[in-house]
Design a protein around this ligand. Structure first.
Ligand code: TYD
Ligand code: MG
Length: 461
């Protein structure tokens, strides 16, 4: 049986085919197939390979011995620290602080273990300057500036490092792969090699990946399925706050968020993220409301803003930033049918303040309140929070972790909460008046009554 000596690899998705085609059968991209030599089974590898099995509990013990990264925020996002033998991909825009974060983590890990920081982007002098700026001096930390991945791995093997960092995957290459650094085949082979190295040596590997214009790490999901954990470093333009989000995690919960701030001395963790997302003016403003989301494992207070404006021409616009626009369109229909608030002749804009994206439906009720507040040009009380899901028949449905959300609002000094009736606690919450509702029209009525009460009491003062 003769096997073909060449394969064709798609430069967009990395998929392989045996025959050249104009269109990739995997991702339907045109003219993306490149010819490559196929890996031939050699005499040695065609013998039955010897595999060794280990008891599952022994492997479990390995995975539970995690290394602390030096940042509690990052450890939580990782699911409790860095797992030996794991491969983590850290993606983010250039200049967001990936190298800074890694150098700080490397320095912390190096106080107890050997860590190797491989930079293909900066010279040793540049890394040294940055380390001095960060006040980083660690005994066990070694820096290598090298583009040849084989050389980096040889060094890591020789030093028996516990943590290897590769900054970035786009700048390293394997000499055995005939493609330039950053090409899709090179990225895929280098990442696969790093995964093999991590699994066989037990070294934890962190790989930096630049984000392409489309927002994915180097090609459509190409590296993401090879690694154990994918972290994205995000920020709102111009803000010094940074969010690390786990979009995939084999060792912890996905969608966990960690908060950081970029300072003169590198990254600092933010322990009370609700406070930064709520840095709003004390004056009540129409269209603004605070809600409690729960991204990851803890509640977070954020401000939602809505603006409705009489439509100028054509079809009304529904624009949502940080949340799902289709869901907003559904809420508009519910408001029209079940609360007699019509926005059919209006352009609608909804925005999550702070550049964060929120995914769950607990923002249904606050969005409806913010839209009505903007339409009526009547501000809601600044001491009010709201959360709750809304159904197509106009009912307000309970959301998960209601008590926890209410306690976070209480901690941040909110005095009034408009929530689904089933989320209202049986025991009174000290300092917080909890208003339970089960219909969207009741919710609007109660919210604006509360607004009238609070303006009356502030004008009396
Ligand atoms: P960097 O870690 O080089 O980003 P990336 O590796 O993601 O491309 O971060 C560069 C930015 O961070 C740069 O604009 C300067 C800023 N910075 C600080 O504000 N404080 C610091 O202590 C350091 C080291 C960098
Ligand atoms: Mg960098």
């Amino acid at each position: 049986m003769s096997r073909s000596s060449v394969v064709f690899v798609c430069s967009a998705c990395g998929g392989e085919t045996l025959k050249w085609q104009g269109q990739c059968p995997h991702c339907a991209e045109w003219n993306s197939l490149e010819q490559r030599a196929a890996a031939r089974p050699t005499a040695a590898s065609s013998r039955t390979p010897a595999a060794t099995a280990r008891r599952l509990d022994a492997r479990l013990a390995d995975a539970t011995r995690r290394m602390a990264s030096g940042f509690e925020e990052l450890d939580r996002v990782l699911g409790g620290g860095i797992v030996p033998g794991s491969v983590t991909l850290l993606g983010g825009d250039p200049g967001i602080g990936k190298s800074t974060l890694l150098l700080q983590v490397a320095a912390h890990v190096a106080t107890g273990n050997e860590a190797l920081y491989a930079s293909g982007e900066e010279s040793a002098a540049q890394v040294g300057l940055r380390a001095r700026r960060l006040g980083v001096t660690a005994e066990g930390l070694e820096v290598v500036t090298e583009n040849d991945l084989a050389a980096i791995l040889a060094l890591a093997t020789e030093r028996k490092v516990a943590l290897l960092m590769v900054d970035s995957i786009q700048t390293v290459q394997l000499p055995s792969v005939a493609a330039s650094a950053g090409a899709v085949t090179q990225l895929r082979e280098c990442t696969a090699e790093l995964v093999r190295f991590a699994k066989s040596s037990g070294t934890a590997v962190i790989i930096v990946g630049h984000v392409t214009k489309e927002g994915a790490i180097a090609g459509p999901r190409l590296l993401e399925h090879l690694v154990d954990t994918v972290l994205y470093f995000e920020s709102e333009a111009g803000s010094r706050f940074r969010i690390v989000r786990a979009t995939k995690n084999r060792f912890g919960a996905a969608n966990e968020l960690g908060f950081f701030a970029m300072t003169e001395q590198g990254l600092r963790e933010v322990r009370n993220p609700s406070a930064i997302f709520l840095a709003r003016s004390a004056e009540p403003a129409a269209g603004s409301i605070v809600t409690v989301t729960r991204d990851g494992s803890r509640p977070l207070l954020i401000e939602l803003q809505a603006l409705v404006d009489r439509m100028r021409f054509g079809a009304p616009r529904r624009i949502a930033q940080g949340l799902d626009a289709n869901r907003v369109a559904m809420l508009l229909a519910v408001m029209n049918r079940h609360a007699r608030v019509s926005l059919q002749e209006h352009d609608v804009f909804v925005n999550v303040v702070g550049g964060i994206e929120i995914g769950k439906t607990a923002w249904d009720l606050p969005v409806v309140l913010a839209l009505a507040s903007s339409l009526k040009d009547r501000p809601l009380p600044t001491s009010l929070v709201a959360f709750g899901e809304i159904g197509l028949t106009g009912e307000v449905r309970p959301v998960a972790f209601g008590e926890e959300r209410l306690r976070e609002a209480q901690k941040q000094g909110f005095r009034m909460a408009l929530v689904p009736r089933d989320n209202a606690p049986r025991k009174a919450l000290e300092g917080v008046e909890v208003l339970g509702v089960s219909r969207v029209d009741d919710a609007l009525e109660i919210a604006f009554e509360a607004a009238a009460r609070s303006t009356a009491s502030s004008s009396r003062r």
